[in-house]
Write a protein that binds this ligand. Structure first.
Ligand SMILES: C[S@@+](CC[C@H](N)C(=O)[O-])C[C@H]1O[C@@H](n2cnc3c(N)ncnc32)[C@H](O)[C@@H]1O
Length: 221
């Protein structure tokens, strides 16, 4: 007997999930979402509400003081992480797009978390390589160009503390990771290679979570 211990989400169930989180009526989040939607098709890059809520809960539960994210966009994940940080905690947020990240910084100010976020404009790899030796991070969230994930991983992992948590977003690629031939989709091909690498990587303990578009959850051993 095959035990199917999962459920398929449809729109109604997904709306139900979204409606059952803390702070769901937060006006800053609502306005940030609306401002992002006004940008048009790129708005789909924003993380969904339940993922943002997970980031806040997780960062709070882990008592994170030093966090980093790659892929700021309009600031949703940064807002969620910053809100969960422990007293005195800081988030380094990296992105190369000036227009979108101006929106992020406006909303971070409005939410009262701007002083916890050190935003760095530029190509993420160069920003990572220019970081001082300190800090060692407790938490990292990677949500930028998919072909860059593995390079970000190799640069971030040595900078994570033992037991630190590193999350990769979009690791299911809306299900395309199952396609065997991906000549026209280098992003998904890269993500598939990284999923395989993480599964075998003894430097971390990891699990691929079917939340939002798939989150690979890694803990540094
Ligand atoms: C999926 S969005 C991030 C969404 C964001 N985490 C959120 O919560 O809404 C991806 C972001 O990565 C940025 N990006 C893509 N390639 C990059 C690179 N090489 N260096 C820095 N940022 C990059 C894009 O400008 C975009 O804002």
């Amino acid at each position: 007997m095959a035990l199917q211990k999962y459920i398929r989400l449809d729109d109604a169930l997904c709306a139900y999930v979204r409606d059952h989180r803390s702070d769901r009526t937060d006006p800053v989040w609502r306005d940030l979402r609306e401002a992002t939607i006004r940008l048009g098709a790129v708005a789909e890059m924003m993380i969904p509400e339940e993922e943002a809520a997970l980031l806040s809960v997780l960062v709070g539960a882990l008592r994170v003081r030093r966090a980093i994210e790659i892929g700021t966009f309009t600031g949703a994940s940064g807002l969620a992480i910053a809100r969960g940080l422990a007293e005195g905690g800081t988030l380094i947020s990296l992105d190369k797009n000036e227009e979108w990240t101006r929106i992020a910084q406006d909303f971070w100010r409005r939410a009262g978390v701007a002083d916890r976020i050190d935003f760095r404009l530029g190509a993420a790899l160069a920003s990572l390589e220019s970081l001082a030796e300190e800090p060692i991070f407790d938490f990292a969230f990677v949500d930028a160009d998919k072909t860059g994930y593995d390079s970000y991983y190799e640069r971030l992992l040595p900078r994570m503390r033992t037991g630190g948590v590193l999350l990769f977003d979009n690791m299911l690629r809306e299900g395309r990771v199952l396609e065997s031939d991906l000549p026209d989709d280098p992003d998904t091909a890269s993500i598939r290679r990284l999923n395989e690498k993480l599964r075998e990587d003894s430097r971390i303990e990891g699990v691929l979570l079917p939340i939002a578009d798939g989150i690979y959850f890694c803990r540094k051993r």
